[in-house]
Ligand binder design. Structure first.
Ligand code: CU
Length: 214
């Protein structure tokens, strides 16, 4: 590799690192466990996102990185503002994982249907929301898909979800942990978490893929 090429490669790698750091510095948040789709893709591949092995090892992340890497660099920025609590009215079926095309469609690849990498979870589990900017919460709502819904082949709609937990006013904390009971569900599901932040009318939407183990 020529010195000039190496310098150019280093410069572009540095630019990417800075882009990633800028996203984190903007500081909002996401579900980190079970990880939201884009947080998981960033966490698993952020330092190796051009590795072609991803196409077979983690194909849904691969298509997301190909569609728009900014969905991963800005894993903490999937929110809408001023919806006045009308999540369903502003987020059409099939677009729940992108928050209804949030940020001009930056996150649209998260709506793609397929075999996203899923976290194994017992049916009594918790959702951890990382709140980098200490917004706090007016409420958190955790939904899980109904038993029988197949996340590998069906787009996610509101009618596929059951509200399993609501938590009210929550003081700012770097990590908010919400205990959830998934009932008698088994196998693959999507956990859908809405975080209504307290500092503004700012609403976050997280799709986390899970595999319930009982
Ligand atoms: Cu924020």
């Amino acid at each position: 590799m020529s010195t000039r090429f190496r310098a150019a490669a280093l410069a572009s790698a540095t630019a990417l690192l800075l882009a990633g750091a800028a996203g984190v510095a903007a500081a909002h948040g996401s579900a980190t466990d079970p990880p939201s789709r884009n947080y998981g893709c960033w966490d698993r591949w952020g330092d190796d996102f051009q590795n072609p092995a991803m196409a077979t090892e983690d194909p849904m992340c691969w298509q997301a990185w190909q569609a728009n890497p900014n969905a991963m660099w800005n894993w903490n920025g999937l929110y809408r503002e001023n919806l006045n609590g009308d999540h369903q009215g502003n987020i059409p079926d099939g677009t729940l994982c992108s928050g209804g095309h949030a940020e001009g469609g930056r996150y649209d690849a998260l709506d793609a249907v397929g075999d996203w990498t899923a976290a194994d979870k017992p049916n009594d589990f918790s959702v951890t929301v990382h709140d980098q900017a200490l917004h706090g919460g007016d409420y958190y709502r955790v939904y899980i898909t109904k038993q029988g819904f197949d996340p590998l082949t069906e787009p996610l709609g509101w009618g596929d979800l059951e509200l399993v937990k609501e938590v009210g006013k929550t003081a700012p904390a770097t990590n908010t942990v919400i205990d959830v009971d998934a009932g008698s569900r088994s196998g693959r599901h999507i956990v859908y978490t809405i975080w209504q932040a307290s500092h503004l009318d700012q609403s976050y939407y997280f799709c986390s893929d899970v595999n319930f183990t009982g």
